[in-house]
Each structure stands twice: as C-alpha cells, then as structure tokens.
Design a binder for this molecule. Sequence first.
Ligand SMILES: Nc1nc2c(ncn2[C@@H]2O[C@H](COP(=O)(O)OP(=O)(O)O)[C@@H](O)[C@H]2O)c(=O)[nH]1
Ligand SMILES: [Mg+2]
Length: 550
Amino acid sequence: MAATEVDKIRNVAVIAHGGAGKTSLVEAMLFDSGSIDRLGNVEDGTTTTDYELEDITRKITTSSSIAFCNWNGHRINLIDTPGFINFLEDTRGCLRAVDGAIVIVSAISGVKAETQKIWKYASEFEIPRVVFINKMDKDTANFSRALGEIEKAFETEALPLQVPIGSGDSFTGIVDLIKMKAVKFNNGKAEESDIPAEILPEVEEYRKNLVEKIAESDDALLEKYLEGGMLSDDEVIKGVREGSLTKRFIPVTCGSAIRNIAVSELLDTALLCLPSPAEMVRISPIRGKNPKDGKEIERKPLKTEPLSAYVFKTIADPYAGRLSIFRVYSGIFRADSNILNATTGAKERIGQVFYLMGKKQVSAQTIGPGEIGVVAKLKETYTGDTLSDESRPIVFEKVKFTDPIISYAIAPKSKGDEDKVSTSLHRILEEDPTLRFQRDEETKEMLLSGMGQVHLEVTLERLKRKFGVEVVMKTPKVPYKETIKVLTKAQGRYKKQSGGRGQYGDCYIEIEPLPRGGGYEFADKIVGGAIPRQYIPAVEKGIIETMHEG
Ligand SMILES: Nc1nc2c(ncn2[C@@H]2O[C@H](COP(=O)(O)OP(=O)(O)O)[C@@H](O)[C@H]2O)c(=O)[nH]1
Ligand SMILES: [Mg+2]
C-alpha cells in the first residue's frame, strides 16, 4: 500500500475512561469507512483493536492498538487506547505520537477521573481534541448534563456542533448545526431529513450560540454579524476549524457507538476539527537535538527532509520478535534500508515495513512523513528512541513514564524455571515501560513492580500466553528493620595492650533521625584536629555497614 500525502493524514487517539465506548467506536469507524466488512463487538471479543486474549477475556483494553481507515480522500490512523487506571501510561505514550484526539464522554456517567487525567496528558502534548458524547441510546442519557460536565471538568468552553434527536430508545439521529440538517438513522443507514419541529427552538438556540462564537473570533466577522448579516457556511466551517485547532473551544458531537449512530459524522468532524501532521507543526514544531553537539534542530514534515521517526510503542512477539511502532516526523522510512538509532547510536537494518490494522500487518514499501508504521526485529531499539537518517541524526525528547507503585513477589510454578521466567519477563519489560523486575538481595525473592494489581496479573497472563512460562504471585516478604526515632549518644572504646605496641581508640557518636525518606547524612564534629583525620572515614564506614543491617 502506498504512502499518503501529509496534508491528507489525521493521526487520532481515541481516549476516555474504561467502558466509555472507545473500542466500540473505533470498530464502528472502521466499519463505516469500509476498512472492515464485519462489525465486531466487545461483548463477543470480535473487535479489531481488542485482539489480545487478555483484552478479550476481561472485556477491557489493556494495551493500545492501531488501525486505519480511508475517509473522504484522507487517511485516518486511529489509536484505541486503554482507559483503566493501571494502563494509562500506555495511553500517554500514544498521545506523544498523534496530532489529535477524540475524547469520549458517556451520556450516562459523564467525565470520570481517568478522563480528566488523560485530558491533562493530551494537554501536555498540546493536542487539539473533539468530544463525542456516547451512549445516547441509553435510557438515562442526558446531552445537556454531559455538556455541563465537560465545561466544568476540562475548563474549556464546550461548543456543540450537533444536537441529539431524542434519547434512550427514541434516540434516532442528530441535527448538524453547521449544515442545519437533521440526519436520522435506520439500522445504521443515514438519511437526511428536516429538523423535527419539537426541537427546532432548542436547535436554533444552539445554532445562534455557534455562530456567535465563530463571529467573536474575527473583527470583520463580528461586524458583519452585529449588523445583522448572516455568516456563510464557509465562514462557519473555517471558524469551527480554526477555533478547534487553537483550542479556543472544544467541539462537541454525540451519538451511539454500539448502534452506529452519528459515527460517520464523527469521522467528518475529525477531518474538520483535527490537524494534519502538516498543520500540527504550527501548534507544536518538530524539534529535537543533534546528538553530536546537543544543538537544537527543527524538521519539517516533508519527504525531502532527512528521516526522523519516534518509536512510541514496542510489542514483544514470540514469533516475529520485537515489533517497533513508530511515527515518521520527516523524510521517508524505507523498507530494506539502513538507519541510525540516534538515541543509542546503534545502526539498524530495516527489513520489511508495515501499517497496522489491529493485529494484522499490511505491507508497505515506504512510510511517509506523518504516517505510523511498524518494523520487526530491530536489535537495539526500544520505546522512546529516535530513528533517523545516518548522516543527519536528530534525537527527540522521550516520554518519561511514571515509576511503578506496587510490587509483588513472583515465583515459577515449576521449580528450576527461574532463568526462563527472567528471560521471558525481560522481553515483556521491553514492551511495557511501567514494569520493573528485580531480585531482592535480602529476601532472595523475584519482585515484579507495576501500576496496580490488575496490571501485574495481566502481565503474568501475557507471559504465560506468549512465552509459556507460568508464574505465581504472592505478597512480598518485608524485611523488617529498625530505625532510630530519637537522638541517641553512644561511646565505643577499644584497647589492646597484650604484646607489641598498645592500641587505643575511643569514639563518640550521636545519632538522630532525619525526616522520613531523608536517607543518611554524616556530620564530622571533631574540632581543631583533636583526632587525626585518617581515622574518621573508618568510623563512617562502620556506621554505613550497620545501617544496612537495620
Ligand atoms: N448502550 C450502549 N452501550 C455501549 C455504547 N458504546 C459502548 N457500549 C458498551 O459499553 C461497554 C464498554 O465498551 P468499550 O467499547 O469496550 O469501551 P472502552 O473501554 O472505552 O473501550 C461495552 O459493553 C459496550 O458494548 C453505546 O453507544 N451504547
Ligand atoms: Mg477499549
């Protein structure tokens, strides 16, 4: 498959708390655009993006996955991300590589804490966003309540581009406030119709609000509007686009992922309100450092520029080896080429390159600027590394992932499998930067640390499925140690007089606690050289040794 021109690309992450409908929405978008010919669902475990067994059995996305669709002459790359608290760092890593996001807010449960957290990650990378109020088909769905919650939680003005027609069982479609047309859905098929009379006053109110908001952004438009003139469709469309890209407001749409209502319209909105990689550089330029001299370099998203690509995700595949998923920022990533890992300095040989459609790999010859691709079997390349042209290296800043917050002791189910556990786990660690694995020196246990219990359980299931190693998890032993709580003084005296020259030592130490977590400090309070200097390091050494034993 051939590369897409950079101004025809949208890289979009779908983000929200777990259960909001991300995976279902991505599935419906892939279906509507003809990327897949059967509409799968989360309940049956048949979606394109929840393809890993751990996702299917739990019915939650535990690891992000990528697919693409062609829509209206554009290529939309979609990243379905996890929303469950244990897996949010993966979502953050993906946000580094996209130019826009669809934020799902449930019409039932509104904006949850996880969504607020993910919203902040998106702000960290300055990504323009569109909100989709999902589950309008549910009984207690409430569009205006969700709108209120969006404004409160995201501290941004929410600007509806659509109004729902009905809710719950009677949710049949939407009114498009830009075209001022109703679209009704019958078994997933869309039909344009007149705006139902009973909601016309409400629709006109929303339309007025939309036009005012657009007029306010531009003096000439405002003058025209205040003098009673109407804004043309083109002016409204341009205004919505500009306001979204500059984050003056957040465009809001609505629908039902599961009933495939207003999903195609959301694809249109994504094209309208989210930037192409070419436009994203206005918001966030492509900047990195020359690894040779540390000087800042800027690249443009053009084919003629030297290659630069950022590896934002790694998948450990027991058969294909390590898969590195990358976003090209400039130049062309070619199959059968030699490139440089500018972060580590390692030279890498590129074999075949692919696009991803869930678990399926679609062969590509070249991956152009702004595109997302995958390559297998790189030797020394991991998540966060920059791949670049050998002679014109550039290094992009890495996403720094949060440290783990919970540890469990693990042991192989069959005795003697320790080495196998360790080597397989190291491969899993390559795909998950929020895991740590170490051996505790004192308790001799293997410790696995991660972002929560579910995260560690999923990791061990994955270890079993991919590498056939079975491991049990238990609470780690806690080596109890003593610490000092109050100021204490001690004296130690040493005398040796039998034979030879006599030895004599007399040492006073005062110990007092530092604030919790304050570690260790040594203060030498000997004044005026009363004790020869060379004896003092030995005292400190003794203290440190004793401290480790508790
Ligand atoms: N009624 C209704 N249920 C939905 C809708 N979208 C998703 N769901 C259900 O909500 C649950 C979570 O959906 P999923 O796509 O896995 O959410 P994710 O965790 O955000 O990826 C599943 O049981 C879906 O069938 C919707 O529009 N309406
Ligand atoms: Mg999901």
